[in-house]
Design a binder for this molecule. Structure first.
Ligand code: FHN
Length: 532
């Protein structure tokens, strides 16, 4: 006789039906604008970037000379010319002082590589219009300084030698070129808009991009920025996207090439918008978006460009956990340094890169080439996963190491084939037991890593993760009654519910269809799973 047993487990999902506005959340996915590219071709072009997961952002230019200080104020960054309202002629004088004699491209690339980073995005030109490369179409470039060395050429050589992808940040907005519009409002008198011709500026910008995409080898990413002013449009962005791809067809371009980005969350509103990935800035999305590529860019302190007084450095623990958090949502992490006017990374930045590198040396496998977590959330940390032969490897990133020697993994219905500590060279197996819908791993009392200890689970096939029943309610404001739909993607389950906030048990009412609620209440649902 088929013996069926009812296992008491499941996850309560709670919806407080109170008088509050219904929530509607939507975020359109962004994809690259049509360049007649098939999905397979797009995926092939994105693959190295998706596998990389971690890159270095570098903001470097004339603004490193004032280093955040002007007129007695010390809180400026790379926006100093605009925010301190420095007249063009005064700002241009910094060019005569730009001489970063301690710049060493090989040292920079080694620090990035040792930190576990796979690509470098450096400002070829920021909003101030100054080019840190030898541009034949501008005299506002590094060759007009005492330094007279093509910084990007030296960086390209060092990156090629170390197998690091070189990428360029290029600002569409330009506070220096006479044809860029609009002008800064505070300087319209000194620099009237009369005679300016935006089309001429765009031709100039394309000419510099042609130099960058012709003279420096294969470039991984063109990271546009400064696209938010009213003269830039999605149509211009599509044209620029196609132009850049015509010069280097395999290049990847961010969504700031167009004009569809919705603020600092970084995703594009339009379904088919220009750009290959979203660019959340100084923020990590609450969840990733299935099928959408995105990269969080973030400073290590409070400034992108060097500010000698900025001591608000994030801890290496925080940065390591941010890297794991971002990867657990399927995103990339672009972490910034702002070098000094001498050409050095600030000391605290060097220390943090080294600390992250030590962690990545032991745990990089749990970041590179991984996909988003199979779990909705884990109280003690995050998870990433990677397809392996015959199944999936789940990497549990434990930020808060349990003191009782037990790591509870809720909702994992698949039995792990194997478990071990990633940092354990011998990969000694960890034992585990099952408790309701959770796998309970027996772990050492001491955490292998104080910031993020990684436990690896080998799962055959696709992991079977239990998700709480979904309570669907478009509105939660009602008068007489409301009928609430309850569903579960889990097979072999029956859903039971209560209306008094208690956890449903075997004898609780069964969900047989919409649940009728006739007053302010708490609907709690739970499923009970039956072994076939
Ligand atoms: O204005 C820039 C800023 O200077 C910096 O380059 C950041 C980095 O992504 N982007 C813009 C602000 O959103």
């Amino acid at each position: 006789m088929n013996k069926s047993t009812v296992r008491f487990f499941g996850l309560p999902a709670v919806l407080a039906l109170t008088f509050s506005m219904a929530l509607t959340i939507s975020a359109e996915a962004t994809r690259s604008v049509g360049t007649l590219e098939t999905k397979a071709q797009h995926d092939a072009r994105m693959q190295w970037w998706r596998d990389a997961r971690f890159g270095l952002f570098i903001h470097w230019g004339l603004y490193a000379i004032p280093a955040g200080e002007w007129g007695g104020q010390t809180n400026y960054g790379e926006w100093i010319r605009n925010n301190a309202q420095i007249p063009l002629k005064t700002y241009d004088k910094f060019a005569a002082r730009f001489n970063p004699v301690k710049f060493d491209a090989a040292a920079w690339v080694k620090m990035a590589k040792d930190a576990g980073m796979k690509y470098i995005v450096i400002t070829s030109k920021h909003h101030d219009g100054f080019a840190i490369f030898d541009s034949k179409v501008s005299d506002f470039d590094v060759m007009a300084t005492p330094f007279k060395r093509d910084i990007l050429k030296e960086l390209a050589t060092a990156c090629r030698k170390e197998g690091i992808k070189l990428c360029f940040y290029h600002s569409i907005m330009d506070w220096h070129h006479p044809d860029y519009l609009p002008r800064r409002s505070w300087e319209v008198k000194d620099r009237p808009e009369a005679g300016a011709n935006l089309e001429r500026y765009i031709a100039y910008m394309k000419a510099q991009l042609k130099e960058l995409l012709t003279d420096y080898g294969d470039i991984g990413v063109l990271w546009f920025d400064g696209e938010w002013e009213n003269t830039w449009t999605e149509a211009r962005g599509r044209d620029l996207y196609a132009y850049v791809r015509s010069l280097q067809p395999k290049i990847i371009i961010n969504n700031r090439v167009g004009a569809s980005r919705t603020g600092m969350e970084g995703f594009s509103a339009a379904k088919e918008s220009a750009g290959d990935f979203g660019t959340p800035e100084q923020t990590i999305p609450a969840t990733g978006l299935a099928g959408v590529d995105w990269e969080t860019c973030m400073t290590m302190n409070d400034n992108w460009g060097y500010n000698k007084n900025d001591r608000a450095w994030k801890t290496s623990r925080d940065l390591i956990q941010k890297l794991a958090d971002i990867a657990s949502k399927g995103g990339n992490f672009l972490l910034n340094v702002g070098p000094t006017s001498e050409g050095l990374f600030p000391g605290p930045g060097v220390e943090r890169l080294a600390a992250i590198g030590r962690w990545m040396k032991a745990n990089g496998e749990s970041i590179y080439g991984t996909q988003a977590s199979p779990f909705k959330n884990l109280a003690w940390g995050r998870a990433t996963q990677k397809a392996v032969v015959g199944g999936v490897r789940i990497y549990l990133h434990v930020f808060d190491w349990p003191k009782d020697g037990k790591l509870v993994v809720p909702g994992l219905l698949s039995d792990p084939r194997r478990a071990c500590l990633l940092a354990d060279a011998g990969k000694a197996p960890l034992s585990w037991t099952r408790s309701e819908d959770a796998v309970v791993l027996k772990i050492p009392v001491a955490a292998p890593d104080i910031d993020d200890s990684v436990v690896v689970l080998e799962i055959a096939g696709r992991p079977d993760i239990s998700e709480p029943p979904v309570i669907k309610s478009d509105l939660d404001i009602f008068t007489d009654f409301i009928d609430v739909d309850v569903a579960s993607a889990q097979a072999n389950v029956e859903i039971r519910y209560t209306l008094d906030g208690s956890v449903p048990m075997v004898g609780s009412p069964l969900v047989k269809g919409p649940v009728r609620v006739t007053g302010t209440t708490v609907l709690t649902t739970r499923y009970l799973w039956r072994t076939p």
